[in-house]
Design a protein. Structure first.
Length: 266
């Protein structure tokens, strides 16, 4: 059985917790160490017991507190070398002694958990989407995607559950206060995917395999949870539960169960 928690999801900070079969990870470090520690404690989880931190890319809302997670809580940091070098030029990451480099496309192993890293066209130096695997369970953490790139539909169809970017409502972005260059960046090939694109991606999910989806990384100014959920329902239907993650608080514990787990619970 796999457990997944969003500690926060949005351009103001991202961090996700995954645990399965005695192994646990944090994906990204865009919120403070104190916030991460307290939000995990809300679910009776000690941050110091986590096996490692995996960083997806160099943007501040995903990496800014990686050094703190290492120095204060002892977490080894897994990151691409280009991401680390680029981020170190303009972020005060501080000392990180326990540092492990990977290349997007590599597979990482942490006890009973495997992490598949998938290169993305997002406008970071060396970004990755993440699929966490334990036994038959496959959880996607797919945000900051750039655009719907080749192979993404196949990734979705392989998953049991997903945290999937649903960043903006096209009408809100078009009529909103952002300057033209920023609007162009968000909807461009290196930016974010919209509610419509997210819903269309979920149409490719295997309805017999996908147990739930959480819409992630919602824009504060160009989206609303109700709009994202409504768009998803209109396009993708309701063959599995869909939730919207908060930009400001920790989520409930979302559970992924394999067929053998389900039989054991009966």
């Amino acid at each position: 059985m796999m457990q997944a928690i969003s500690l926060q999801s949005g351009s103001n900070g991202n961090c996700y917790f995954v645990r399965s079969n005695g192994s646990s990870l944090l994906i990204d470090a865009g919120i403070s160490g104190i916030q991460a520690e307290r939000r995990l404690a809300d679910h009776n989880i000690n941050i110091r017991d986590i096996d490692a931190l995996v960083v997806s890319h160099d943007h501040a809302d995903h990496i800014s507190c990686a050094g703190v997670y290492h120095r204060k809580y002892g977490l080894p940091v897994y990151i691409s070398q280009r991401t680390y070098e680029y981020a170190s030029r303009y972020r005060a990451l501080g000392r990180i002694d326990d540092l492990y480099f990977f290349r997007p496309g590599d597979t990482l192993r942490f006890g009973n958990i495997t992490v598949e890293t998938i290169p993305t066209p997002h406008d970071a130096s060396d970004g990755s989407a993440i699929v966490v695997v334990s036994g038959d369970n496959r959880l996607g953490i797919l945000t900051d995607l750039g655009h719907v790139f080749d192979g993404l539909h196949s990734v979705i169809s392989s998953l049991n559950a997903v945290f999937l970017e649903s960043n903006y409502d096209p009408r809100m972005l078009e009529t909103g206060p952002y300057p033209s260059f920023l609007k162009k960046r968000i909807k461009g090939p290196g930016g974010h995917i919209s509610n419509i694109e997210s819903a269309e991606l979920l149409c490719s999910a295997d309805s017999g395999r996908m147990q739930w989806a959480c819409l992630a990384h919602l824009s504060e100014n160009n989206n609303e949870p109700e709009i994202a959920l409504r768009t998803n329902k209109e396009i993708a239907g309701s063959s599995f539960p869909v939730f919207a993650l908060s930009r400001y608080s920790v989520s409930e514990v979302h559970v992924v169960t394999s067929s053998s787990d389900q039989l054991a619970l009966l």
